[in-house]
Design a protein. Sequence first.
Length: 288
Amino acid sequence: MNKQPVTVIGLGPMGRAMVGAFLDNGHAVTVWNRTESKADDLVARGAVRADTIQAALAANELVVLSLTDYAAVYDVLGSATTALAGRVLVNLSSDTPDQARTAARWAAEHGATQVTGGVLVPPPGIGKPGSSTFYSGPREAFEAHRETLEVLTATDYRGDDPGLAALYYQLNMDMFWTSMLGWLHALALARANGISAKEMLPYAKLALNLEYFLEFYTDRIDAGEHPGDVDRLAMGMASVEHVAHTTRDSRVDPALPDALLEIFRRGQTAGHGDDSFTSLIDIVTAQR
Ligand code: NDP
């Protein structure tokens, strides 16, 4: 069976990796990018350069968008709305769930179908085992193109709502950035004390392997139960205070532990001192 041809719009590191994976798997690929020269090596590998965005859209039913954000999507597609009818726009550009929903409506107004995606791996992970992408939007459109999309990563379809893939992606980014910044802060503290990132690597791997804690606390959190039987928030607060003091003693910026401490203090003030630190979920849920 002939492989489905695909258009890829946006040739940043991610779009370029995607074009490479499609080409490696025998798909005909049409490409377009604002900065034309980024297509040169891909054209040398067999991609077809579209001279205009209209031509890129006209070339194939399946159009993968890999742009910085949804503002860029409108910048690019806004001048070619007449070419959108009948296209399936697999929008792998990151943005908020609301932006994804608005863009899906905008696409529909122009006769196109948006399938939203949130890619969970960096460009070197594209086309490799163990990678995954959240998708959402009309199931039929997703299923029709699932096999082709699986050339890029495994797929995890979350539902009809076009905002869902963006939501799951942002949930992932929330955990990713806070964890990674925690890691960087610990490395700064280590460096201030003469310990290299390399020396810290085995300890960082252990500390950030939180599976035991996630498994242990998940059911309790869903049940709204935060007994202080294995940990008390007051104990956790003392621990964070020690981190903040060690940070200051090491002349490292204390902004991150101070922000944690502020949240623990609010939990303590709300009377959760003898509950588990997981009671902080109620503190961070309330919008201030
Ligand atoms: P980049 O921001 O590096 O590049 C994306 C593309 O967007 C470029 O081709 C750029 O064109 C284009 N672009 C940006 N603004 C405009 C505009 N106003 N008009 C026209 N074109 C525009 O992103 P990446 O390639 O790294 O990533 C693409 C998407 O994938 C992003 O949404 C990102 O969040 C997501 N993602 C990225 C990951 C990564 O590790 N890189 C991991 C997971 C998801 P030009 O070349 O002309 O500048």
